[in-house]
Write a protein that binds this ligand. Structure first.
Ligand SMILES: [Zn+2]
Length: 369
């Protein structure tokens, strides 16, 4: 009888400490979410006067969403061809050597130099033709593509690389070793898989015509996601020109992922999230040291790309790539003395603060699971 009472007491103590632990984790998560929320907009800024492209609400809404646990390997087949009218976006020349050639939602970038072109990401199998048309739109020759750097082994990043590899055999397709391994194992249709080509190591630099892409292996979104620093970028030929040198920071994948396309990357959600947090802490530091003042993201809404591009086109009607908005003159007069909408060092810092605090909240939510 005594023993039974002791057991019941032990169980109560155990469940009491578990409840306490869960409360502590919930408190940690909510204070992290509050810290992320505080970084969404510039400090002390009047929300009515702050340009929408400096407010990271969409990023926060995705990254700080409380997860459904346990984490599971996602399986969604996106091999069907999506009609062009649903994703087509006009390309844009946003720095002297940097072009946007992606779709309505996906960031794909081209760095054009006197020694050749570096393309970053290749999107889906059905959109790769339009990436090439994006280059041709600005008179760039796709035969000059020297490297196609794939940030990570997901369908919306690498499936388009196969057609580019087949069409432009001199272009090197570059990915981390870990993500080439994912490509080899995943259940993507074989006709969308590029042949294993160039392997990028952590810290590797690719330089063409004076512009360098430095790649860091930052696991969490996939086992070998690449995050990139690109520069120096200049802005001398636009209407709103400046004399500065700019560096773009690209975090390779926003949400941590336990697996995709039939491949499990991490044994559990906590390991996944700890990996992701460590990678971001390191990349934030590298990004700061590089003096990054431009954010580019694989998913465009995370950087408020459309809002920035809209302002950019008002400022530079000649660079509109066919998509001239109405009322250009009035807006141009208002915006012509404003700084380049893609450049803002404080925004880079806040972008990563939102992510880091949300990731810490994600880790806390998983600590009790
Ligand atoms: Zn991805």
């Amino acid at each position: 009888m005594k023993r039974r009472a002791a057991c019941a007491c032990g169980a109560a103590l155990l469940s009491g400490s578990l409840v306490g632990h869960l409360h502590a984790q919930a408190a940690t998560a909510s204070s992290r979410v509050a810290a992320a929320r505080a970084a969404i907009a510039p400090k002390g800024a009047d929300p009515k006067k702050t340009p929408p492209f400096h407010v990271f609400q969409a990023l926060f809404d995705q990254a700080c969403q409380e997860p459904k646990l346990p984490d599971v390997v996602r399986t969604n087949d996106r091999s069907a061809i999506v009609p062009r009218k649903e994703w087509f976006a006009w390309p844009a020349n946003i720095f002297d050597s940097l072009y946007f050639i992606g779709t309505r939602t996906a960031g794909v970038w081209a760095v054009n130099t006197a020694e050749g072109i570096i393309v970053i990401d290749a999107n889906f199998h059905y959109s790769s033709k339009d990436l090439v048309l994006g280059l041709l739109n600005f008179g760039l020759d796709p035969n000059n593509i020297k490297y196609i750097i794939i940030t990570h082994a997901h369908d919306d990043r690498y499936w388009g690389a196969k057609a580019l590899q087949d069409t432009y055999p001199n272009a090197r397709i570059a990915m981390s070793a870990a993500d080439w391994d994912v490509v080899a194992k995943d259940n993507s249709p074989p006709e969308f898989k590029p042949k294993r080509d160039m392997v990028i190591a952590d810290g590797q630099k690719i330089t063409l015509g004076g512009i360098t892409v430095t790649a860091y292996v930052t696991p969490g979104h996939t086992p070998g996601t690449l995050s990139l620093i690109v520069g120096p970028l200049t802005n001398r030929k636009s209407v709103a020109s400046d004399e500065g040198q700019h560096w773009a920071s690209i975090w390779g994948g926003v949400d941590a992922s336990i697996g995709r396309h039939g491949v499990q990357y991490y044994p559990d959600g906590q390991t996944m999230m700890r990996t992701h947090v460590a990678s971001l802490r390191r990349f934030m530091d590298l990004s700061r040291k590089a003096g990054a003042d431009v954010i580019l993201t694989p998913t465009l809404r995370h950087m408020n790309f459309q809002e920035k591009l809209r302002a950019w086109r008002y400022m530079n009607p000649d660079e509109s790539g066919g998509g001239s908005p109405e009322g250009v003159l009035g807006e141009w007069l208002k915006l012509r003395d404003q700084p380049h909408p893609f450049v803002n060092k404080d925004a880079v810092e806040r972008h990563y603060t939102v992510l880091l605090e949300c990731y810490e909240a994600q880790l806390a939510w998983r600590a009790g699971s």
